[in-house]
Design a binder for this molecule. Structure first.
Ligand code: UN1
Length: 502
């Protein structure tokens, strides 16, 4: 009997109006069973050229469209995303293996960023500043960049794309998107809805393109001078290839790369709340979020009790087919991820770690090509090399501390700097954690876990996380170029700095 996910995928694609470029270059597959869903044809060189040319042509029309009018496109897209939320979520479940609630949450992030971007379309503020010269005015104005290249990862097939796209579009840019090879169908559906929105509001043709291919296509985009910005979400390894390539041609990047996110649990913490916060962040999306909690730094006085309770909570997790709506933990993306998890656990135990629970593969008989695992907790004697490495699987390393500053130092002593949290009811500890001397991450939370950020804030992190910021706050500025304008409305020509000439 074929798994119902095959029919769900077909009907979701049909509902969203997708024509899949069928072929045999790449294969859409589902990690739920490990089966193939359909074969796809990769974007040809000629198609890539057409995409880049039309994205360039559309840009000249789009930048002349007033920003609030550009907002209408994103508003309509948000409406369609709301209407087809279940279909898109079904595709995300099929391709990324997310449980329905998390898949719907991902689509909700798209809808939310559309709302934000519509408002933003009337708020692309520049400043004015006093000129030192009489009869002069200084101001800054913000202008679109051009076609923006967006590269996204399998674990969030659609939300980071939407953070980039909704904002980049209202800023006046056009879009060329290369999704992960693991989640091409979700991408095609998302793009089809944007196409419908563009038609509905009469936006210029050629504003947005999906290109399909492997990493060589990402390299080609990184080298392409016609893409002034590359915004890439994925591993630090990927970023270390994209970053220098784009920099070599003086292009701009927004990099959102790996995390190695930790929570500090202090003795004053509300432990019931902390338990839930840690469990969701460590286990949600089967440990495959860039914001997944991978390290727990817990005060030695409460370590034993808290860890015991956490192990118990892990024992109640339902692991299995996410499409049934009955599991909390879906599959890993593929066998390579499982091997990575096994190798990390072996390295951790070789370093003196004690495996407290998890690590076993489950449902292997039913689904030999799918990789479901029991999330693992490992007590570590210290932060060894494997703890400092991001393994994209549900492994939580537990370390203890005595003094808060020691915990913060341990917290920051990893190459990555995406998300972080402290659980405490002591205001001094909480404030220290979010102060200059505290967490060095782009996201620092108090009494919530490391994952599940809202779109209103700027999203991204420091160090090997890449430094980029996407989504809310003033992240829009990355998608625009700034011009400083000095306007002389006098009849004189005084020079700045008192310089005399002619
Ligand atoms: C990612 O894993 O690439 O904060 C993005 C979160 C989500 C986004 C994660 N809002 O967990």
């Amino acid at each position: 009997m074929t798994h119902p996910i095959h029919d769900q995928v077909r009907s979701a694609l049909e509902a969203c109006g997708v024509t899949v470029p069928e072929g045999a270059d790449l294969h859409a597959r589902t990690p739920i069973t490990g089966e193939q869903l359909m074969g796809l044809r990769a974007t040809t060189d000629a198609e890539y050229e057409t995409a880049l040319t039309t994205a360039g042509e559309a840009f000249t029309a789009w930048r002349d469209t007033p920003a609030p009018v550009r907002g209408n496109l994103v508003k309509r897209w948000g409406e369609l995303l709301t209407e087809y939320k279940d279909d898109l979520a079904a595709l995300v479940t099929a391709e990324a293996g997310k449980i329905p609630s998390e898949a719907a949450g991902e689509v909700q992030e798209m809808i939310d960023i559309c709302d934000l971007a519509v408002g933003l379309s009337r708020q692309l503020f520049g400043r004015t500043m006093p000129s030192e010269r009489p009869g002069h005015r200084m101001m800054e104005t913000w202008h679109p960049l051009g076609p923006c290249g967006i590269i996204t990862a399998f674990n969030f097939p659609v939300a980071p794309y939407a953070w980039n796209t909704a904002v980049a579009l209202v800023c006046g840019n056009t879009i060329v998107w290369k999704p992960s090879e693991a989640t091409m169908l979700s991408a095609l559906a998302t793009d089809a809805l944007l196409g419908r929105a563009a038609k509905d509001v009469g936006a210029p043709e050629g504003l947005h393109h999906v290109v399909i291919g492997d990493r060589t296509l990402g390299e080609k985009m990184s080298d392409d001078e016609r893409l002034p910005l590359i915004s890439a979400t994925g591993s630090t390894r990927m970023g270390s290839e994209v970053g220098p390539r784009v920099a070599a041609r003086f292009g701009r990047t927004v990099l959102e790369l790996g995390g190695n996110n930790a929570a500090i649990v202090a003795p004053s913490a509300d432990l019931d709340l902390a338990l839930r916060g840690v469990a969701f962040a460590a286990v949600g999306t089967a440990g495959q979020r860039c914001t997944t909690m991978r390290r727990l730094i817990i005060h030695e006085d409460i370590a034993e009790e808290f860890t015991e309770r956490l192990v118990q909570a892990y024992g109640t997790l339902t692991i299995g087919d996410p499409s049934t709506g009955e599991s909390l933990v879906g599959p890993l993306v593929h066998g390579g991820a499982y091997e990575g998890m096994t190798a990390a656990l072996a390295a951790a135990t070789a370093d003196g770690g004690e495996l407290l629970c998890g690590g076993e593969r489950v449902h292997a008989e039913e689904y030999p090509e799918a990789y479901y695992v029991q999330p693992a907790i490992v007590r570590m004697p210290g932060q060894t090399e494997i703890v400092r490495t991001e393994t994209f699987a549900p492994i939580l390393y537990v370390m203890t501390y005595r003094e808060l500053d020691e915990a913060i130092a341990m917290h920051n002593d990893v190459p990555q700097g995406l998300s972080s949290a402290i659980f405490t009811t002591d205001v001094r500890e909480a404030e220290r954690f979010v102060s200059d001397a505290g967490s060095d991450c782009g996201i620092a939370n108090v009494n919530i876990g490391t994952s599940g950020a809202e779109i209103g804030g700027a999203f991204g992190g420091e160090k090997h996380t890449g430094g980029g910021r996407e989504s809310g706050s003033d992240a829009w500025r990355a998608y625009m170029r700034r011009a400083t304008n000095t306007v002389n409305y006098s009849n004189e020509l005084p020079l700045a700095q008192g310089v005399e000439f002619l």
